[in-house]
Design a protein around this ligand. Structure first.
Ligand code: CTP
Ligand code: CA
Length: 225
């Protein structure tokens, strides 16, 4: 069997990928989560490995199993994902495919919250989580050459994604329409627009693995330029 023996356009490059949802605890048995399957992040890590990169894969509790050849770092919360990401640098490129919870519960209960029989409702207080993509984008030391974010939107996809790219200071943003009727969240396909400093580039709807391969090729072009 012919193998490439680890020689590819990304050989010698280290790339960090965040993937999956985060889980934000409420009490020992309950948490807040989202519908991210980790499929797109896992496919990206796979495509980068196939081009010879060494990959640090920081993942929340996802349905899709991570690629074995990656350095896999499993986390639960956004704060843990943030710490693991900073620990995973330096990297030549970083891709933020995780669906990070925007808020965490501030007063996580040590004990299961119980109904007291009176019908009184629990009150949850929230704090905003660190924005991992924005923080990495503004690093002065250790900033990856290429910082790539996703913008999962249900409305005004291009406008919101373009604004997000500027607000967060990342190099590229991959916009996708995640309205439930698109079948993208949890599905096999994705329909993305790559936004760079050259503006938006609409890619045809294709398998998440094909999106990943095309993205990995583009990353290789930039890192080898
Ligand atoms: N992201 C992150 N850390 C967060 C929130 C988001 O790293 N705390 C990253 C995501 O991985 C993604 C990008 O930022 O690459 C955009 O995430 P998104 O949820 O679309 O953006 P937000 O700024 O959180 O805006 P909103 O959810 O209000 O649309
Ligand atoms: Ca968000």
């Amino acid at each position: 069997i012919e193998t490439t023996l680890g020689k590819g356009p990304l050989t010698g490059k280290h790339i960090l990928v965040t993937s999956g949802p985060t889980h934000e605890p409420i009490d020992p048995v309950r948490y807040i989560a989202n519908r991210s399957s980790g499929a797109q992040g896992t496919a990206i890590a796979r495509a980068l490995l196939d081009l010879g990169a060494s990959v640090t894969f920081v993942t929340g509790p996802a349905d899709t199993p991570p690629p074995k050849e990656a350095q896999v770092i499993r986390v639960q919360t956004a704060q843990q994902m943030y710490d693991a990401t900073l620990n995973g640098l330096p990297a030549d490129a970083a891709i933020f495919a995780a669906a990070v919870a925007d808020w965490r519960v501030t007063d996580v209960s040590d004990n299961k919250i119980k109904k007291d029989g009176s019908g009184a409702l629990p009150v949850l207080n929230f704090a905003e989580n660190p924005d991992i993509l924005a923080e990495v984008s503004k690093l002065t030391k250790n900033r990856p050459r290429l910082v790539i974010g996703f913008a999962a939107e249900t409305d005004n996809v291009l406008e919101n994604a373009t604004a997000k790219r500027h607000r967060k200071g990342c190099d590229w943003i991959i916009a996708n329409d995640i309205r439930p009727d698109t079948g993208i969240m949890g599905g096999a396909e994705n329909d993305v627009t790559l936004i760079t400093d050259q503006g938006p580039e609409d890619w045809p709807r294709m398998d998440k693995t094909a999106v990943a391969r095309q993205l990995a090729d583009r990353i290789a072009q930039v890192l080898n330029a």
